[in-house]
Ligand binder design. Structure first.
Ligand SMILES: [Zn+2]
Length: 186
């Protein structure tokens, strides 16, 4: 098993909002981000014909596989969720977030985060200034995120690709609220 390259995830800025998956599927397919569903998986899609206009890849040496070749990883899109309440997604690239009040690092983030099964996510008190903030108000620097539904773009090295303003505007227009992006490596 090779090391996971990474993925780009899109989520509503407000982690409590739940976009409708069917609506997103149709809007993103119309826009050319999503292509055909992948065989044997009704939740995964090939990238669409305008994928490379909606997601910008940095650097000239980037090589992305846009269609499956044998068992090699390739670029595709899926949805994660819907979840009944905001879930926290993190990966090996996740680093301590910063307190929204004083910018100190929350080094104990792994121990401080509420249990995924907890009925209500509890605010986390900053060890530096004592201010208690909900976990999603901490600055995770695009290295973790909370949400109830995620657009999940596989095989993107963190920071290598960014959603264009046009894609973010499309999501905002379709759902009525702002979106953000982040990256994870398993
Ligand atoms: Zn603080």
């Amino acid at each position: 098993m090779s090391v996971h390259t990474g993925r780009l995830l899109l989520r509503p800025r407000d982690p409590f909002l739940l976009p409708e998956r069917a609506l997103l599927t149709s809007v993103l397919a119309d826009a050319g981000l999503l292509g055909a569903p992948l065989a044997g998986d009704d939740n995964a899609f090939a990238v669409g014909e305008r994928f490379l206009q909606l997601v910008t890849f940095a650097g000239c040496s980037v090589r992305i596989e846009l269609s499956p070749v044998g068992d090699a990883p390739f670029c595709h899109i899926r949805f994660a969720g819907p979840f009944r309440r905001p879930v926290f997604l993190s990966g090996r690239n996740t680093r301590p977030p910063r307190c929204p009040a004083c910018r100190a690092l929350l080094r104990s983030w792994k121990e401080s985060l509420p249990d995924r099964e907890a009925p209500e996510p509890m605010p986390i008190a900053c060890p530096a200034c004592g201010e208690a903030s909900p976990p999603w108000d901490y600055d995770w620097k695009e290295q973790a995120g909370f949400g109830r539904l995620f657009v999940w773009i596989e095989e993107v090295f963190p920071g290598e690709a960014t959603p264009t303003p046009a894609l973010m505007a499309l999501l905002a227009e379709a759902t009525g609220y702002e979106w953000r992006h982040f990256y994870l490596q398993d």
